[in-house]
Ligand binder design. Sequence first.
Ligand SMILES: Nc1ncnc2c1ncn2[C@@H]1O[C@H](COP(=O)(O)OP(=O)(O)OP(=O)(O)O)[C@@H](O)[C@H]1O
Length: 587
Amino acid sequence: MRSQRILADFFRQSWPVYVLSITFHLVSNVINVFYPKVLGAFADKLALGELTRDLVVRYSMLLLGIGLGTVVFSGIAMYLIMYVGRKFEQRVRGLLFRHFTAMEERFYAKNGVGKLLSYFMNDVTAVRESIAMGVNQTANATMLLVSAMVMMIASGIPIYLIGASVFPLLLIPFIVVYLGPIIRKRSLDVQEALGKMTETAEEQFGGIRVTKKFAVEPIMNKRFGQTVDGIRTAQLRLVRVSSFFQSLIPFLGTIALIIALAFGGYWTIMGRLSLGNFVALTLYVRMLMTPLQQIGNVINSIQRSRASLERLNTLLSQRSEIVESASAKVVDLTASAIEIDHLTFAYSPAAEPVLKDISVRIAPGATLGIIGRTGSGKTTLMKLLLRLYDPPPGTIRYGGTDIREMTLDSLRSQVAYVPQDGFLFSTTIRENIAFSNRAATLAEVEDAAKQAQILEHIRELPSGFETRLGERGLTLSGGQRQRASLARGLIKRAPVMILDDSVSAVDAVTEKAIIASIRKERSRKTTIIIAHRISAIKHAAEIIVLDEGRIVQRGTHDQLLQEEGLYADLHAIQEEGSQHATGTSHS
Ligand SMILES: Nc1ncnc2c1ncn2[C@@H]1O[C@H](COP(=O)(O)OP(=O)(O)OP(=O)(O)O)[C@@H](O)[C@H]1O
């Protein structure tokens, strides 16, 4: 499986650090287990009345050495393992990001931003904790257990006494096997609840302006509150079982201590066990409780992280539906016609087709205008031209080559797409406009801004082109944002340009100026203009009118005005509107 490969790859690369860390743990624990033995010897000397001032100083120095040695070596071991954990986190986040960016639009339609963020934050952290702290503590605990056992035997503590004291601890694996899957299932619920909350929060912060305008904060608070309640319920269910699990282990440790005290005390009274060994036995049993507690924690954390790993696994195993064919070739779009041939398309096999039997040919360098009611499929057609979704084979060709046989880079680098609501990044205006070509000079950026009729406005801003945009570019108005996004498309100087309702938010006078400069700039380049206003497309060589996914009319502006139909109706309505607006109506 993919996720297991990620872990295996990571361990393959970082095993030397693990080995080093485990070695340091080993040294630290070997030093540490001498501490009960030293105290035992101290107790023996005390009981025999052989303790001198010199001996007290020596024992104290010995204990200080043991303490220092333990702390230094375990500190280095811990640092190394933390380093490895952070490295894992950094690597997996990079991998996830690359994976996300390679996914197609449908993937984003299915997975909300909040859900994706939750993968980044919660799941990666959960896995990191178990491969860093988990490994750290397991290694530590195992070594402490083994060295403590060895020291007990070597000190001459009878094996049956050790066996009786350690017996309760043997129940731990059974408890783990029983409770582990329950903890895992409940952890998965918690991660899902967290994902839901992040998703809701992202959506609600994104839509906060709408919420405020409609004054529906209480509804939004309630909706968000429900997701938080969901987390609390899921977390409490998890805490109930995991805290029971975690407290059971020290309880077993206490039983072990009671047995050591009862039997060991009895044997000491009977004179079969030295006082020193009795003290050492109780200290060792006490010492074993910490690693056992750690093992409990680790098992819990591994169960939790397995749930996260499963989520990451499912995600990373998804492949983009848009794949470049092995024989894909680079097509130069400069002199290529775009042919759409009997294209019928539905977003899913079960859904109604959104486009029905569309056929259009756009000659190289020509302009196509598209108009139609909202929801008639205009944007969908453009998404197919960019291969954001796969059209049926043979239905879209560039220069005679099926779109599915072109390299994705040659397609997308030669098509400039300007959507209706262009997203602007929270960086400078200059970087936003020069998005496709970071090396563009200021003169080129200014030129594109001029064509998009936004140059003057940018110059008036405090830092001009270096002005940083706030979140989602909200320091600009809708129309200004649209024009900045248009400049970003224009600077690409691509052989094919698609304007998807890209001047809808500007006033009629500005629109006229923008269209005039686009006509000039793109006089010999293929351009597709989608618009709701006839004024934006009437110069096109061909105009198609879409209605419910079908082409219902086609022709030039003049031809379409001669026909009865949607186009002439729209024209009449818009003319009437503009006459009202300018006060030239005679009615
Ligand atoms: N990702 C999607 N999954 C399923 N259906 C979709 C998806 N995107 C759009 N649709 C549906 O496809 C139809 C056409 O949408 P499209 O966005 O292409 O229309 P449009 O003509 O561009 O509309 P507008 O003028 O309002 O922008 C609509 O009914 C819409 O609900």
